[in-house]
Design a protein around this ligand. Sequence first.
Ligand SMILES: Cc1cc2nc3c(=O)[nH]c(=O)nc-3n(C[C@H](O)[C@H](O)[C@H](O)COP(=O)(O)OP(=O)(O)OC[C@H]3O[C@@H](n4cnc5c(N)ncnc54)[C@H](O)[C@@H]3O)c2cc1C
Length: 452
Amino acid sequence: MAPLNILIVGLGIAGPSLASLLLLDPTQAAEEKPQITILERSSELRSTGQSVDVRGVGVDVIRRLGLETAIRASTTGEEGVQFVDESNAIWAQMAADKSGKVQTGTSDIEILRGRLASIIYERSKVISAEVQAKGGKGIEYIFGGVLDQLEQDEKSVRVRFAKSGERRSFDVVVGADGLASMTRRQAFGAEDEEKRMYRLPLYGAAFSIPKGKNDVEWRRWFNAPGRRGVMVRPTHDPEMWSAAMFVIDAADKDKRLLDVAHEGARTVERQKSLMKEKFEGAGWECTRLLEAMETTEDFYYSTIAQVRMKKWSQRRVVLLGDAGYCASPISGMGTTLALTGAYNLAGSLLRNPNNLNAAFAQYETLMRPVVNKAQDFTITGPMMMNPDTWWGIWMRNALVWFICWSGLAMLMFKVAGPKADKVGGLTDFALEKLPEWNGWRELWKPKDPKYL
Ligand SMILES: Cc1cc2nc3c(=O)[nH]c(=O)nc-3n(C[C@H](O)[C@H](O)[C@H](O)COP(=O)(O)OP(=O)(O)OC[C@H]3O[C@@H](n4cnc5c(N)ncnc54)[C@H](O)[C@@H]3O)c2cc1C
């Protein structure tokens, strides 16, 4: 039987992880391994984005790819969270649990999304080159393109590349194209799109800023009335920090917060000016942050939403990562879901190459409990943590002071923290476990001297 011919749409976190894992079946000779194409909308790898977490089973997946050292050496080194007031006085601090045993707000692996995407992409290129050297097809990367047609029947999925007009046919198409997935709309219908989106009324921007005099290796969290929150966090670069500014609009008073997100990156200037309007005069270091926002190179604005679907496959098309089950940045689980999903989808396809229905059923069975746990929260927690009035903020600060001082914080995280440790381990698909990859050392210098 010919090897599976698979198109992956999206070169984010999930897409290249899946491509690599699909090439790790030790029972397949190189020429039997799947033939993989990855299509990315951007003209190059999108190496932007702020801090994301890798937790629990996600760490097991990066270990399988031989990426644990590369990733740990590229983390931001965030020590934990400090709650600060207008004068930058620290009311309370919650340290990260560096053992990874208790999932607190700061995971033991906090890494900038762009750096993580680069590591996974570079690794996939090496794995692909090794397969190609032995006579396999490996991975073909296509940048700067989207699909404008997708049709399928029992035998294949036929697609058209929008820019070139080229038509190709695949056995499987994987939509790994993020929260606003076009593949999802093409395969599952655009009409139900709003029903699939479970919107949390939280909107925010994240961007890099030059290190300021008060910036430390801790995440500093400040609140202003009107449920406005600001976080300043370290990155892997000793000269750059990252800022996140967000607003909760539970009463849906300001439609512009959603409108500017819908129009996407085309409206970056409108997104920035809205953030400026919201945070001008908010106190603390907001003036400095807003000034830095004007010239930042990696501004990213997003609504916070979850994608909730009963099924993630439609005949020969299957969704992966945020495209199928975005849990939102608040969950702290988006990247872990993307990695775990890539592993489970790769294993299910490799173990059922002649039966896509069985492969997708296995993938869905394995992922459903993980996704349900990651998506299981409401806006109530973020509303309590980002109060509406100065008095509410004072009360919140006093409360976090008490729970940190009394030691209740760790207990609370054990019960109600990110659900990474409550989803079991990885299924054993007998995939190859790769040795640690050292190629990253030629690409960047670690901030933590222990990795030099
Ligand atoms: C630029 C960017 C910045 C982000 N910043 C943060 C952050 O600061 N904090 C956070 O928690 N999460 C952030 N995220 C989301 C985070 O990466 C995901 O929640 C998570 O890692 C799951 O990854 P994913 O691979 O499923 O999706 P993503 O990482 O979103 O990757 C999707 C990929 O698909 C590409 N794509 C989209 N549409 C198409 C199309 N039609 N055709 C081809 N390719 C397409 C995108 O360019 C992207 O490369 C960001 C995502 C992006 C794209």
